[in-house]
Design a protein around this ligand. Sequence first.
Ligand SMILES: [Zn+2]
Ligand SMILES: [Zn+2]
Length: 428
Amino acid sequence: MSSTAPSTSRFRPSSTLKKKHIANQAMTWSNWYEHVAWINVIFVAGIPLFGIVSAFSTPLLQKTAIWAFVYYFMTGLGITAGYHRLWSHTSYTATYPIQIFLALVGGGAIQGSIRWWSRNHRAHHRYTDTLKDPYSVQKGLLYSHMGWMVLKQDPQRIGRVDITDLNNDPVVMWQHRNFVTIALSMSFLFPCMVAGLGWGDWKGGLIYAGILRLLVVQQATFCVNSLAHWIGDQPFDDRNSPRDHIITALVTLGEGYHNFHHEFPSDYRNAIQWHQYDPTKWCIYIWKQLGLASNLKTFPGNEIEKGRVQQLQKKIDRSRAGLDWGVPLEKLPLIEWDDFVLRAKEGEALVAIGGVIHDVGGFVKDHPGGKALISSAIGKDATAMFNGGVYNHLNAAHNLLSTMRIGVLRGGLEVEVWKRSQMLTKNV
Ligand SMILES: [Zn+2]
Ligand SMILES: [Zn+2]
């Protein structure tokens, strides 16, 4: 456009302003199909459905079943050991043969390129449970499972992360540029050819080792974004949604210890106890022994234990806060000894113990040591009786007694009262 264009051209009518991204428009009967990411729907729903229907007319040979399972493991590993732990979190260094293997079999799980997947995953870690988390479970379990892929997302909304390392990684960029070819050959052609050339089961290879295996590996990975943020324990931190659960670990080659993983994302392990199922960790460890992987990152055990203890403490504090520990000493009124004796004479069941006055009226009949003993202490200082003179009361009795306190005795064992008060405030 020439520089003599009228200056009014800057004021464009509102209809020509940039249109809102479809994800930011309400879904209606007339635009719902624009919200759908159709290519994704074909790969995560259409083809798997076709596989399920075709399985009814395709006999399953034993060799094909074993091959389908092995290939499920391989392609799953491409995602867990490759896309996730190697490229998204750089939790270890892999040699080129391992990188190429993982880039190929990971492509066979049809979950986008390493670059696309890792970019989303880094945003998921950095902005967990917020609007910038591409598969936030706060938008619903189904959304975090598949909805985020089936419906178009506004790319502007996904949180920014640094992926310069991936942009400079030759294997990542090679896989990204050739993703369609790699994905189609590795998910359908290769498993079909192995079964076809191996034992003549071309159709079974395609349906079972290709399509149905794809369905399982996709659904398993999606479970990490949904189930692992929904069911299980939170032994390290409960401020966000990630959780640890054996079921999620079993279907995802060990990615189910997700609370640990979100706390210590650069650790090459997802599960650190010997009894926790994490075959991805075992594979990476074996590669290291074979000289195929190195620089396996682990968080120091002391730091991991600190996180666990802090979370435990948080739970204890929460339970503690929900219990009745009696009125804090500093909030109790001061009572003179003479007033205390007088009130007891007038009928109140007051007992002084350790400089604190307690109303035991409601408890006399329930006293495990008998009504007579506790009644004999009314109007008196029963400190010695309570602490061993007659019976050395146990912790539960001390706790129960504290819920009955109504005042602090002026001049009565003030040092002891002060010390106890300090201890209580510190603990609670
Ligand atoms: Zn997560
Ligand atoms: Zn992760």
